[in-house]
Unconditional design. Structure first.
Length: 705
């Protein structure tokens, strides 16, 4: 169609492009409304959704230049009609999310424990789609809310889609799915005032939680830095529940799934999170998009914990209780595969918004357990997909469609695109071309678990210990992380307006740790630590700490994939800037330049260097480490700029590693850079190495102690 002549002489229509428009369109032509039309390079002509060429995308058909619009303008009517129907219901939880394509590859065969095709031999590779999310916030909420992160993985295996719909925290708030609506109602905005959004720091949430001792283990994780990850790339994922692998002989083995980021673990400080939300509410999605566009593909190991009935019976907690972990020290992790994310979506709505994860999507060789939360989830997800996507045919949408052959007799329904062909649409039938038949040998078979017991609404007593593992998590943290948990609790409870709720919550903490309880009580201004609530069972205070539970003990080993921000001013030394940039780029880091103007600076050697950001829009919270390169004149200029002061003061307060030219010394109002082990004076390029080596660690925590 590209050789078609324009329908209106002298008038070039705006062209709808399918590419990501990285190049700017050429040639501007004035339309008859004065608007400027630019032809894109792909030369396509606009049509309606029915394929009819459109002659004018600016003016409705009307009777006379100043007359009424005519209903027969089918192009206008169709355009507005479609626009009016663009939204579908957002997810009731996990509404804000970001999806990425990739692949999963088996690195260690598991054919002895599972019949899953994927795990039969090393090197089997299947496409994957992963959606990361926050839980409580609405679709347009900010990325750095204190919240659990969803980590939902869809594996398009040769035997169907297998969804591991997990979180970045290995336990959950509640033990029974029946309470999920209450939990979600409590954490989301109150129904009368519709706030607070995307946060748990309010009365309803803590009212509910303080009445639910089973939530205390999860609350420790949620108040830890796990709930403010630096990026999706630096967090773990967990399948949470115990599942079952079933091998070809029908033997079952319990399994828990862990995604371990090769990038290491990293979180931000709460003060950073708050400021990032203002500076860049899309911080996490931008981070993922940019990393992948740069070819820096994030990767996770899939590790499994495998255990049998004998272990399940002797383990101190019930393996069906989703508020408990099995410490890695008790059942070691076995790495069996890797997940690599290497492709951004082409269209956010078609893929990320419409992807439909369902916990009940499993494949032969994988089975459920009786975890009451998992069983309830298996009911819930299909309903949600029907509500959101409007048709039982949501599996026809490409992101949801299996990549293996499908044969069944399901037919019709809204938006059906591939009904069965031929006469047979039922089974059994006696037609020669009678369609598919169930296959008892290779079809999915449930583990033949014997089930018995009285029909009762009841919770097993084996689920009754609510504090022991909360304590184990807390004592596994470094002193800095423990302090953060106390500070988070104080912050959240200080937002609670009802004093009784605050006191009720603190009444759980003595069972977890006395020091934590008194720190929080003190932070809230309580006269004393309230009396501890009567526990359902006496907690076991003897559980040993587990290093795997700490972020700081599992941080990144390099600065790869992290971001350096260089604040630069006019006339700085070219060689120094070059040396810094080269060293960090060679490390695999992202380097972004910030200047008083986005137009950049001219170096002392006369080279024009563009900036990525104007200082006002790029506070230091957006970077993992910062460098301040200025000469005397530049320092005077920065001293007059409030954002520059905040840039430096925040980098100091957030324990960041900081490099600086000696001339920038006077910008440090809250610290003495010459005596701070996390600050590095840069005079020549030779000084860069020590700074880079330090940056490979997470932060210079000594500054805060
Ligand atoms: Fe859920 C979405 C994870 C308990 C009901 N859940 C959803 C998503 C994740 C999780 C990651 C987003 C999927 C996506 O990106 O599209 N949910 C969990 C975990 C849970 C959990 C790890 C506990 C271990 N969920 C849970 C319960 C119920 C639900 C107990 C209901 C009884 N979850 C849903 C849902 C959602 C959902 C309402 C909303 C959007 C969707 O399913 O597709 O059905």
């Amino acid at each position: 169609m590209s050789d078609r002549t324009p329908h209106t002489p002298g008038f070039h229509p705006v062209v709808e492009t399918q590419s990501s428009n990285r190049t700017v369109a050429r040639e501007g032509v004035r339309g008859n409304g004065g608007e400027i039309h630019q032809r894109s390079e792909d030369g396509q002509w606009m049509t309606t959704a029915q394929g009819a060429p459109v002659s004018d995308n600016q003016n409705t058909l009307r009777a006379g230049g100043r007359g009424p619009s005519l209903l027969e303008d089918f192009a206008m009517r169709e355009k507005i009609f479609h626009f009016d129907h663009e939204r579908i219901p957002e997810r009731v939880v996990h509404a804000r999310g970001y999806g990425v394509h990739g692949y999963f590859e088996t690195t260690s065969a598991l054919s002895d424990v599972t019949a899953a095709h994927l795990f039969q031999e090393v090197g089997r590779r299947v496409p994957a789609f992963v959606r990361f999310s926050t839980v409580a916030g609405n679709k347009g909420s900010m990325d750095l809310a204190r919240d659990v992160r969803g980590f939902a993985v869809k594996l398009y295996t040769e035997e169907g889609n297998w969804d591991i719909v997990g979180n970045n925290i290995p336990v959950f708030f509640i033990q029974d799915a029946m309470k999920f609506p209450d939990l979600v109602h409590a954490v989301k905005e109150a129904p009368d005032r519709a706030f607070p959004q995307a946060q748990s720091a309010h009365d309803n949430f803590w009212d509910f939680i303080s009445l639910m001792p089973e939530a205390m283990h999860m609350v420790m994780w949620q108040m830890s830095d796990r709930a403010i990850p630096r990026s999706f790339r630096f967090m773990e994922g967990f399948g949470v529940h115990s599942f079952r692998f079933v091998n070809a002989e029908g033997k079952g083995t319990f399994v828990k799934f862990h995604w371990k980021p090769k990038q290491g673990l990293q979180s931000v400080l709460w003060d950073e999170a708050v400021k990032i939300n203002g500076a860049d509410p899309d911080f996490h999605r931008r981070d993922m998009w940019t990393a992948i566009e740069n070819g820096d593909y994030p990767e996770w190991d899939l590790a499994v914990q495998l255990f049998d009935d004998e272990f399940a019976n002797r383990f101190a907690f019930d393996i069906l209780d989703p508020t408990k972990i099995i410490p890695e020290e008790e059942v070691p992790l076995q790495v069996v595969g890797r997940l690599v994310l290497d492709r951004n979506v082409d269209n956010f709505f078609a893929e990320t918004e419409q992807v439909a994860f369902c916990t009940q999507n499993i494949v032969p060789g994988v089975d459920f357990t009786n975890d009451p939360l998992l069983q309830g989830r298996n009911f819930s997800y299909l309903d949600t997909q029907l509500k959101r996507l409007g048709s039982p045919n949501f599996t026809h949408i490409p992101v949801n469609a299996p990549r293996c052959p499908m044969h069944h007799f399901q037919q019709d329904g809204q938006m059906q695109t591939r009904g069965p062909s031929g006469r047979a649409n039922y089974e059994p039938n006696s037609w020669a071309s009678g369609g598919p038949r169930a296959d008892p040998a290779s079809g999915h078979r449930s583990f033949p678990e014997e089930i018995g017991g009285e029909k009762r609404k009841v919770r097993s007593e084996s689920f009754a210990d609510h504090y022991s593992q909360a304590r184990q998590f807390y004592i596994s943290q470094t002193e800095i992380e423990q302090r953060h948990i106390a500070q988070a609790l104080v912050f959240e409870l200080s937002k609670v307006e009802t004093p009784e709720i605050r006191v009720r919550l603190v009444g759980h903490l003595p069972h977890i740790d006395e020091t934590l309880a008194s720190r929080v009580a003190e932070g809230l201004g309580l006269d004393a630590v309230p009396a501890a609530h009567e526990p359902a069972v006496v907690p076991d205070t003897g559980l040993p700490p587990s290093d795997a539970l700490s972020i700081l003990k599992n941080g990144p080993a390099s600065f790869k994939g992290r971001k350096l921000g260089i604040l630069m001013t006019e006339g700085i030394d070219d060689d120094l800037l070059e040396a810094l940039t080269t060293a960090f780029t060679n490390e695999g880091a992202m380097v972004e330049r910030i200047a008083p103007h986005v137009g950049g600076i001219t170096t002392g050697q006369g080279k024009r260097i563009l900036a990525h950001h104007k200082i006002d829009g790029a506070p230091s919270v957006l970077f993992d480490a910062v460098a301040i390169l200025s000469n005397d004149a530049g320092t005077v200029q920065l001293e007059e700029m409030h954002p520059a002061h905040c840039f430096v003061a925040d980098a100091v307060a957030h324990a960041k590693f900081i490099a600086y030219t000696p001339e920038a010394d006077s910008l440090f109002l809250t610290a003495d850079p010459s005596s701070d082990g996390g600050m590095f004076a840069l005079t020549t390029g030779d000084d860069v190495d020590a700074f880079l080596t330090a940056c490979r660690g997470l932060r210079f925590w000594d500054r805060l102690s």
